[in-house]
Design a protein around this ligand. Structure first.
Ligand code: M6R
Length: 607
């Protein structure tokens, strides 16, 4: 959360930084600010709202800067306001800094600084760093930074400028990502390399407690002991043009991209003849895969839901004991990770702080980690022993759509490969592959029904409470359907295993609380039907999503949306596309901000 960007070089610093910042807007968008040096003084400009608002103000005020740092904020300490927006300055206006992360000991530091006569202007944890550095500075800023880092507890990626060091940006990373881009006579620093990838492909990733001294023509890296040599990396993935095309929102575009995304995720990853899957980038050897006794899947949010599907697939097909855990809970458990456990960490962004922390915990316990991730070079991919990429292309909408689908496809292929190494025969493998290969057309058929789904969405958009229920593979799909609806339309929506309704939640059912019944698990359809009869008996309205050739629910549902037939194990893909469209059209009807819903951020880089 929060995106930081800095630039020094021959370009117009203000425009370059604003452009870079816009590429980081997915990380937070409640306020933004920029600072730099001009004629030897620190100049800063901040505004509440999206970056466009800051851009307008910067132009109105004709801000000129020799070099610049900037931040787009997702508020943690202190509400979104101009005062709380970054950059933050020290009392003497000698330095300005932008921050991504959380300083956990900010209270005690603030108290001690106040005792030294410092007057704070904001409610943020970040201002504590600026004031601390201002107080500690005695003429050697690098030495100040090295002394200050051990005093800060928590996560911090910082870009800092100082009056006494014109032409230099100081950057520090600690449990929060920061990458430096080295150009010809220019340099960039950013939370995400995509923000400057169009200008340079040569990058340095900062590790914990490292300090970079960035000038337009040189880069030095220090750790707490002294200067260090640091490897540079080349960004290898293609720069993808990010635009909405003809779509009104990125979210809608990303929903409609899913047939292509599935093809891309499958491309050259299966061997038809042997009915199995293969991953070029998988660098775990066959013996270690064969020795896996259990699999632990760690993830958050939407990635957790695809993980639940993956766990069912791995148990069903490969007969490997697999369990899924919420990353943020897992890390505080002192978890048992027996030998021969393979950990799969799933994350679209690869920057989710909870998942990265959980991965560090299992690595400390000796487990091997396989990441499933969309973003090349992200922190998770650098922590993991091996990574399977989603190949979904940049996902800009804060609400994750196409990444879920790619995650399910990659998990399905991985499960097939593990199953074929164990119990599954070639013909079963080929049958599963055929179902996978048919998915792009199945999803396209669902997308073609968008006008029908939009009509149903309009009919239900005024309700304030929803249930999403399903059984087996439709249970994680229910969680995902409910998450989509609540995050983009701000409707209270709960996902439940259908059999759980009678154990409490059914108390909420009445004519004002519709239920979306995910009925595309043919194996358990009759059981779901019984649960739905209980809903109908209490006047609850029902929207049923079923396979074309399945019958039963149409008798009790108020509305039915059909998907083309597919196997139960993969039905989550087309069903989730239906629930994505439902959420999208309901949110449109309610006038919500689709691509950047309130209170959310795309990359959750704080705990
Ligand atoms: O980047 P990740 O997949 O690790 O992100 C995990 C969640 O923060 C994310 O899926 C979140 O729940 C989305 N907003 C859901 O649409």
């Amino acid at each position: 959360m929060c995106g930081i960007f800095g630039y020094t070089g021959k370009r117009n610093s203000v425009e370059t930084v604003l452009k870079g910042l816009k590429k980081l807007e997915y990380r937070g968008y409640d306020s933004a600010g920029i600072a730099g040096l001009h004629t030897g003084e620190i100049v800063s400009c901040k505004e509440v709202g999206k970056i466009a608002a800051l851009e307008k103000l910067v132009h109105e005020e004709k801000i000129e800067l020799d070099l610049a740092i900037a931040q787009t904020r997702w508020a943690t300490h202190g509400k979104p306001s101009v005062v709380n927006a970054h950059p933050h300055l020290d009392q003497g206006r000698t330095l300005a800094l932008v921050h991504n992360g959380i300083i956990e000991n900010h209270d005690s530091l603030r108290i001690s600084l106040e005792k030294q006569g410092i007057h704070f202007v904001s409610e943020t944890d970040t201002e504590v760093i600026a004031q601390l550095l201002g107080v500690m500075y005695q003429g050697d800023f690098l030495a100040t930074l090295r002394e200050a880092i051990p005093l800060l507890k928590g996560a911090f990626a910082l870009a800092i400028i100082h009056k006494d060091y014109p032409g230099q940006i100081f950057a520090i990373a600690h449990e929060s990502p920061l990458v430096i881009g080295i150009g010809h006579g220019e340099a960039f620093v950013s939370s995400d390399s995509n923000a400057f990838a169009a200008h340079t492909r040569e990058v340095v990733f900062l590790a914990n407690s490292e300090i970079a001294v960035i000038k337009s023509d040189s880069l030095q890296i220090f750790d707490l002991m002294g200067e260090i040599d640091k490897e540079t990396h080349q960004l290898t993935e293609e720069i993808q043009e990010i635009s909405k095309g003809d779509y009104e929102h990125y979210t809608l575009k990303e929903i409609f991209e899913q047939p292509r995304v599935i093809r891309q995720a499958l491309l050259s990853r299966f061997l038809e003849e042997y009915g199995t899957a293969t991953f070029e980038e998988l660098n775990l050897d066959v013996n270690s895969l064969l020795s896996v006794q259990r699999i632990l899947i760690l993830a958050c949010g939407t990635s957790l839901h695809s993980g639940l599907i993956g766990a069912s697939l791995l148990e069903d097909q490969a007969r490997i004991l697999t369990y899924t855990d919420i990353s943020s809970e897992f890390r505080y458990k002192n978890p048992i990770v027996p030998p021969d456990t393979l950990v799969i960490a799933i994350s679209q962004s690869g920057e989710t702080a909870d998942t990265i922390a959980a991965v560090k915990e299992v690595k400390a316990k000796g487990a091997k980690v396989l990441a499933i991730c969309n973003v090349y070079g992200s922190t998770l991919t650098r922590e993991a022993d091996s990574t399977l990429y989603l190949r979904a292309g940049p996902e800009i909408g804060v609400c994750s759509t196409k990444a879920y689908t790619s995650q399910v496809i990659v998990l399905a292929l991985f499960s097939l490969m593990m199953a074929r190494m164990r119990h599954m025969n070639k013909y079963e493998g080929q049958e599963f592959l055929n179902a996978l290969k048919a998915l792009p057309d199945v999803v396209q058929a669902v997308l073609d029904k968008a006008p029908e789904i939009e009509k149903i969405a309009k009919k239900y958009a005024h309700y304030e409470n929803f249930f999403f229920i399903g059984r087996r593979y439709m249970y994680p799909s229910s969680l995902e359907g409910a998450l989509k609806l609540k995050e983009i339309s701000y409707i209270n929506a709960n996902g439940y295993a259908a059999g759980e309704m009678k154990h409490g939640p059914i108390a909420l059912i009445n004519a004002d609380c519709p239920t979306v019944a995910l009925g595309a698990n043919s194996d358990t359809l009759d059981k779901l039907e019984s649960n739905l009869r209980e809903v109908a008996a209490r006047d609850g309205k029902i929207i049923a999503i079923i396979k074309e050739s399945d019958r039963g629910l149409e008798k009790i549902a108020n509305d039915v949306i059909t998907i083309p037939d597919t196997i139960d194990e993969l039905a989550t893909v087309p069903v989730t596309v239906v629930t994505q469209l439902l959420a999208y059209y309901i949110a449109i009807e309610r006038g919500a901000d689709i691509d950047q819903p309130r209170n959310l951020a795309k990359s959750v880089t704080v705990e």
